[in-house]
Every structure is written in C-alpha cells, then in structure tokens.
Design a protein around this ligand. Structure first.
Ligand code: ZN
Length: 336
C-alpha cells in the first residue's frame, strides 16, 4: 500500500498482494529429538508444537526413539516467501515401534485419530480455548457470597444471592472481569445501574448497583478495563458492587471464574469407539486411507518432500471510512 500526503490529508493506493499456498508432505525418521527433527525438516516451529499438542493424549514425544518415524502433510501460506498465518496440518502419522498413530483433519480445528493398538479409540479432538478472569475491583473485600439461601435485610426473608458483593466506596472503579462485548448498560429494577458483558461461549458477567456507567451497549471492553463506578443504586443497603456470572443464562458462583484461567472449549469431543482390529489401515475411512498411504510413502524415506504447488490469490486492501475512522478490509479472491 502506498501512502501519499495531500493538502487535505492522505490518500491510499490499493496494491493487491499475492500469496502462495504451499502444500508439503514431509517424512522424518527420528534420530534423536522428534520435536527438533520436525522443526528442522519443516523449518517451522508451529508444526512441531501442533503435532506435540494434537497427539499428546496418544503419544509421549519424549519416548519416540531412533528409528521411529513421523510424516506430516501440511499447507502454509506465504507472501514473498514469508510465512503468513500459522500452517494447517491436514494429516499426520507417527510410528513408534509397532504402534501407529494417524490423525486426519476434519474441520477448522478438529481432528480424528486412529491407532492400531488393540483398543483403538476414535476421538474428535479440537484445540481447547481458555478465558482468563480477573477481579472486578482492585481492593477485594467480599461482603456477601454466592448462595442459594440468604437472609435479605431489606425484604426480610430468605432469598438466593446469585452473585458476590464487593464492598467499596462510591466512585471506586469497576473493572471488566474478562474481555467481551457490552450487551446491556442501563437500569434494571432492584439492580439499579447495571452493565452486562458477553464474553462469548455462553458466559455473561453482570455488574449491579453502579453510581455511574462508563460504557455503552455494543462496545468491546478488555479485561481490566474500567466499565463503571461503585454505587448504591437499586435495592441496596450501601455502596457495593454485586457481581454475577452467568453460564448459558444460569447463575454460577463467580469464584469458579475469578482469578482463574477457565477452559471454555473442551479439547476432546465425541465418544470413544473401541475396535478390535489389528490393522490400522482397515479401520480407516476411504479418504483417510488415501492420506494414510501417502504418509506411509513419505515416512518410508528419510525426509522425503512431496510436490509443492501454489495458488495465486489476490488480497486487496481496501480503505473505507466508518465513524470517522479508517477501516481496512481484506478481500481474498481467486483461491485455486
Ligand atoms: Zn449482591
């Protein structure tokens, strides 16, 4: 992109960028460290890291010995020879002694695994995702815990308290417990001035009784960002923050989240299937068998490189003005 200064601002030229997608198949006979061997053969640390993670429940990489082999089929986009985005592994094969392990990519981030061990299991594994949560106030003083039965001083009866109360002076900043999108900012009877933040994965945090709200509905906030100030609006006996955390609409104890890194997407989905076959190959669906055979060929030769081909793709960088801000739009076209 070229930037030109003009008397009333800047103008942009649109220059299409071209990237190549390189498909590679690499077979490696292990000499010492599998991780390093893969890194050296692919010249890409992402692949070794991915492989280690993906197979972690099946294969202990430290136990791979001289003579074991690994074969990987992957694709890597690059612009002017510089890798662009992380590579995608389409299939991988590991042979450790007599045991064989095979992984085939099924969708965006899920893989199907097979082994030829006696109790072969079939699992769909997707990369786990985490959200880390922080405290909503810098000086933590809890005045009321999450409970299904609490004596309510104003209503004078037992009621569930589906959140945690943090004591604090009026005006004390309230911080978002995790990044997300403001889904509500306004008044709710009983809660007074309230902000609700949607963190995705069905998780919502709620901040009640605020004296002042500092964010607007629809805004994106980062973890720790100040979203409002402690107050005593709504049904409240004194200034405090009521923090609620909801999982798919159901109130959960915020202690399960605060100051924790919470897995929001599980690493293993789908059931375990036990099969009795000795032969891995026979267990594989047809498309997987083809991949498996290709990987076997790759794995039978020490660092065998499969063909490379490229697809030329135009990436047009467009500039547009939105709310006075320049927004870049990446437009990808013409994938082969
Ligand atoms: Zn409360």
């Amino acid at each position: 992109m070229h930037l030109k200064r003009q008397k009333d601002g800047y103008s942009f030229d649109i220059v299409p960028l071209k990237y190549k997608t390189i498909h590679n198949r690499v077979g490696i006979t292990i000499e010492s460290s599998c991780f390093n061997a893969v890194k050296d053969a692919t010249n890409n640390p992402h692949i070794a890291t991915f492989l280690k993670k993906a197979f972690r429940d099946q294969v202990d990489f430290k136990k791979l010995q001289k003579g074991d082999f690994v074969a990987i089929e992957y694709e890597q986009k690059s612009i002017d020879g510089i890798p662009w985005e992380t590579p995608t592994i389409n299939a991988a094969y590991i042979k450790r002694g007599k045991k064989e392990y095979f992984a085939l990519r099924e969708s965006e981030d899920s893989y199907k695994f097979w082994t030829n061990s006696q109790t072969t299991s079939s699992e769909i594994v997707s990369a786990p995702e985490y959200i880390s949560f922080a405290n909503p106030v810098s000086h933590v003083r809890i005045t009321s815990e999450f409970t299904y039965k609490r004596w309510h001083p104003i209503l004078k009866r037992y009621r569930p308290h589906l959140g945690i109360d943090f004591g604090g002076r009026t005006g004390t900043p309230i911080h978002a417990v995790a990044s997300g999108k403001v889904k509500f900012a306004g008044w709710i009877r009983g809660y007074g001035r309230v902000v609700k933040i949607d963190h995705g994965y069905g998780l919502v945090s709620l901040y009640a009784h605020q004296s002042k709200i500092l964010v607007k509905k629809g805004a994106y906030v980062k973890k720790g960002e100040v979203i409002g100030k402690i107050g005593s609006t709504g049904r409240s006996t004194g200034p405090h923050l009521h923090l609620g955390i909801y999982k798919r609409g159901k109130a959960v104890n915020p202690h399960q989240f605060l100051n924790r890194r919470v897995k929001v997407k599980s690493s293993v989905v789908s059931k375990k299937v036990v099969v009795n076959s000795e032969s891995l190959k026979k267990e594989l669906p047809k498309e997987a068998q083809i991949e498996y055979n290709k990987l076997l060929i790759a794995g039978s030769k020490n660092i065998y490189r499969w063909k490379e081909y490229s697809s030329k793709v135009k990436i047009v960088i467009k500039e547009s003005k939105k709310d006075g801000k320049r927004v870049k739009i990446r437009d990808e076209k013409g994938d082969a």
